[in-house]
Design a protein around this ligand. Structure first.
Ligand SMILES: *Cc1c(COP(=O)(O)O)cnc(C)c1O
Length: 370
């Protein structure tokens, strides 16, 4: 039996389909296609779950990143610090508003923003904002990052696309801090829609107001167009799916954690780079990355697993600094390069069985013993 990277058949099982059809019928009767009552219900519940005063649903996670930068007033030509270990959207958001990405290197073990590199980059570049990513579901070291940035007035956008269920500390979820935090509900994320959707979280009333304006063409409460915005609204149908899925998200994240703990135990004696133990209770375990000796060994393991019908993924095959539009970048990227060269992600989803997981572990054992 093959082992998939995701299991949509289980996630969207007949029981869930039934619930979706029910609310879809309800929405069809109301003809409320955009920003309906489920948008409001979801925003309330998701904000509460992630510890934010305001949660604003948006069209997708990429728009959320872009709108966060706009809400902070980042202007064309200004510099924004990003890391190489993220999805391309983080870099794209900066470029699309005319700002200039500057690379900040990552921690070689976790792939999270390196605070030493951040300090060095801030000495060399005037950054308007930075975008630390809670990559793989691991919390970026926000306390340290904020300590470095706040005296300089550098704005922080946290990319939490992979962090639904990530905690900085017990009772302190991603989204509960004082920065703008973005989320993506792309179907493969821990919490996914039936298409595109995203969100921006903030504690700040004024920023929330600004974001609401931008996402709906700049249209204010009185119906006048107050600023030049855009269409970044979330469909009612997507909001309804997300609201229905919220019921199970905590249990599903718990299951991911159990699987991650089991992987860590079983792989602990293997010559692999693993996520440090301290993250077990904090990560959303969106992904389970392991580090190989070098790029060659990574590709060989990928092929070996494929040969055993086990899906793994190369997140991220290259540092963003190595993507074509960023070939000539400023900043630091050495650890990100190495991290990208050596990292492979093993299957982890709430429906992975112990038996399947054991097969993955055995396949890796056989590979490493060759
Ligand atoms: C998925 C993802 C995004 C983009 O989200 P979309 O909803 O697909 O636009 C941005 N950043 C990271 C880290 C992601 O994983």
């Amino acid at each position: 039996m093959s082992i998939g990277f995701y299991n949509f058949a289980e996630l969207h099982n007949p029981d869930f389909q039934q619930k979706v059809l029910q609310v879809y019928t309800e929405i069809l009767k109301e003809n409320a296609f955009i920003e309906g009552k489920y948008n409001a219900l979801f925003e309330g519940a998701f904000g509460k779950l992630q510890g934010a005063k305001h949660a604003l649903l948006l069209s997708n996670g990429t728009d959320a990143l872009e709108i966060a930068l706009l809400a902070y007033g980042v202007r064309p030509g200004e510099k924004v610090g990003i890391t190489g270990i993220t999805f391309w959207a983080t870099a794209e958001a900066v470029i699309n508003i005319g700002a200039v990405p500057v690379m900040i290197d990552v921690d070689p073990i976790t792939g999270l923003m390196c605070t030493q590199s951040l300090k060095r980059t801030l000495e060399r570049h005037k950054l308007k904002a930075i975008m630390p990513v809670h990559i793989y579901g691991l919390p970026a070291p926000m306390a340290e990052i904020e300590k470095i940035c706040s005296p300089l007035g550098v704005k922080i956008v946290e990319d939490g696309a992979q962090a639904q269920g990530t905690f900085f500390a017990p009772q302190k979820p991603v989204g509960s801090g004082n920065n703008l935090t973005t989320f993506s509900f792309y179907p493969t994320k821990n919490l996914g829609a039936f298409g595109d959707a995203g969100a921006l979280l903030t504690q700040d009333d004024e920023l929330a107001q600004k974001i609401k304006l931008i996402r709906n063409h700049g249209r204010g409460a009185g119906g006048r167009f107050e600023v030049v915005g855009r269409n970044a609204r979330c469909d009612h149908l997507q909001a309804a799916v997300l609201y229905l899925k919220l019921e199970k998200i905590e249990a599903q994240n718990k299951k991911r954690k159990t699987i991650a703990e089991r992987y860590l135990k079983k792989l602990s004696t293997f010559p692999l780079r693993l996520v440090p133990e301290q993250y077990v209770g904090l990560s959303s375990w969106h992904l389970f990355p392991v580090g190989l000796k070098d790029q060659n060994q990574k590709y060989r393991l990928f092929e070996h697993l494929k040969g055993q019908q086990i899906s793994s993924m190369l997140f991220y095959e290259r540092s963003m600094a190595d993507e074509l539009p960023l070939k000539k970048y400023e900043g630091e990227n050495e650890s990100a390069q190495h991290f990208a060269d050596t990292t492979l992600c093993l299957p982890i989803h709430p429906f992975l069985t112990d038996h399947e997981q054991d097969q993955v572990v055995e396949a890796i054992r056989n590979f490493l013993q060759q």
